[in-house]
Design a protein around this ligand. Structure first.
Ligand code: GLN
Length: 473
């Protein structure tokens, strides 16, 4: 199956559309055709679950003129369903549009469909979707990662050059790593969350995928920036991220020892070592650092995220949105609706969250987790204040696992071990391809200080250029 490298970039396609060498209609038809040929069947990718039948072709101008894009099913779009991969919202169409989607359209992009996801963004494989799993285009017996798996697959398979996902604990970086593409989690507050269906509001971010570092930069430049419709969106202009790859003289790259335990797969370690060598050759200095609270990140995340989710998902009660299953009285209706509408992982998270917030356990779990979150954040702040510009780590401990292989929820949660820290600390992170193991892509992760996406991208441009085709081998 085709892979990431042999398709034109969004930047090149937009230039072609602006200069009249290609038309938006042609690009959309090609995206629809590739989607139709790869979507269904036993090994079908199942990436775009709500395709646009007659997309608005836009103005034909702007930085993304005529570029087909796909949007995760938890971002509100006019005309297309926003179902969050759930029976609860099946067929629901939003009366307004997410800020990120509006900005893409204003930049000339064309929304060709909504992408598959783990239900309400809870998961790491896209297997928890009410619409069936998506498949990894590199090896369709494997998971694409999650929860933004459909967006990652649409990009990796060449259906669209750019897609939007969301991150609460790694849901863009992990699938980017599994599918051999670039995924960026911006600083918390860098991109408006207006129109993103809330999972855990203190962690949620709108986050782009591209096949190249430059396309990811282009997408983030378009969607970032202040928005009066989201009180948590920072009052800062969109950053300038696009640049030519350059030297890294003077750049200090920190390598957190906690992300390289002795149990780390030696093949993953070898690829990160090769990437670090490439960073050194480009002029960077590599320094080992310690983030001592890293080990608590998974337990802290799996207390705080379910706690926030249990509150956010209370609104799906059969009254205001989506599904309603009748019952004998209002309590019975709530119960029947929620039992039928939510799948097992969402149910588990609501129960977990309700438990950790309940009167007898609030201090022992929720309050304590908040305190440890502050220590995790302080580890990063201290490291960046000590002269480290970016951190470099593996994105995930392993390449893509087989569909159906992970049945224990805790084992699934461990695939976020290197990504949830950035969400807890609110810092930016990104994954880019650094090589393959047995044909499967492996991602390397850069992390940077809050609102310093520009330095993170500078490092990523240089690494991508230095590895060249080796990143895909
Ligand atoms: N895999 C993590 C979870 O299940 C992260 C999800 C996300 O980032 N949306 O919660």
């Amino acid at each position: 199956m085709s892979t990431a490298t042999n398709h034109p970039t969004a930047a090149a396609l937009a230039a072609d559309v602006r200069d009249g060498r290609r038309s938006a209609a042609q690009l959309v038809a090609a995206a629809q055709d590739l989607r139709a040929r790869t979507h269904a069947g036993a090994m079908g990718l199942n990436a775009i679950i709500h395709p646009s039948s007659v997309p608005d072709l836009g103005p034909g101008t702007g930085p993304l003129a005529g570029v087909p894009v796909a949007i995760k099913d938890n971002l509100a779009t006019l005309e297309l369903p926003t179902s969050c991969g759930s029976r609860m919202l099946e067929g629901w169409v939003s009366p307004y549009e997410a800020t990120a989607v509006r900005r893409l359209r204003s930049a000339g992009a064309i929304v060709v469909g909504k992408t598959n996801m783990d239900e309400f963004a809870m998961g790491s494989s896209t297997e928890h979707s009410a619409f069936g799993p998506s498949r990894n285009p590199i090896d369709p017996t494997r998971a694409p990662g999650g929860s933004s798996g459909g967006s990652a697959v649409a990009v990796a398979a060449g259906i669209v050059p750019i897609a939007i996902g969301s991150e609460t604990g790694g849901s863009v970086r992990q699938p980017a790593a599994f599918c051999g593409i670039v995924g960026v989690k911006p600083t918390y507050g860098r991109v408006s969350r207006h129109g993103l269906v809330a999972f855990a509001s203190s962690l949620d971010c709108v986050a782009p995928f591209g096949r190249t570092v430059d396309d990811a930069a282009l997408a983030l430049e378009v969607i970032a920036g202040a928005d009066p419709l989201d009180a948590t969106c920072a009052d800062r202009p969109a950053p300038t991220l696009r640049a030519e790859p350059g030297r890294l003289d003077g750049l200090v790259v920190g390598v957190p020892e906690e992300y390289f335990p002795s149990s780390l797969d030696p093949a993953v370690r070898a690829l990160t070592d090769r990437a670090l060598d490439a960073l050194r050759a480009a002029g960077a200095t590599v320094r080992v650092v310690s983030l001592p609270h890293t080990a608590y990140a998974i337990p802290v995340y799996y207390i705080l995220a379910p706690a926030e989710a249990s509150a956010n998902l209370a609104r799906f009660d059969g009254v205001r949105y989506g599904l309603r299953v009748p019952g004998d009285g209002v309590q019975a209706m709530y119960g029947a609706t929620r039992a039928a509408g939510f799948g097992p992982e969402v149910t588990r998270r609501i129960l977990l969250g309700t438990y950790v917030l309940s009167a007898g356990y609030y201090d022992a779990y929720y309050r304590k987790a908040q305190a440890v979150r502050a220590h995790i954040t302080a580890d990063f702040d201290r490291t960046f204040a000590d002269g480290v510009h970016v951190l470099f780590t593996p994105t995930t401990p392993t390449p893509a696992f087989a569909l159906g292989a992970i049945t224990d929820p805790y084992e699934m949660y461990l695939s976020d071990i290197y990504t949830v820290t950035a969400n807890l600390a609110g810092i930016p992170g990104m994954s880019l391809p650094i090589g393959r193991i047995g044909g499967l892509p492996v991602g390397g992760q850069f992390l940077a200080a809050r609102f310093d996406e520009a330095t993170m991208f500078r490092a990523a441009y240089a690494l991508e250029a230095a590895l060249g085709p080796e990143a895909h081998r």
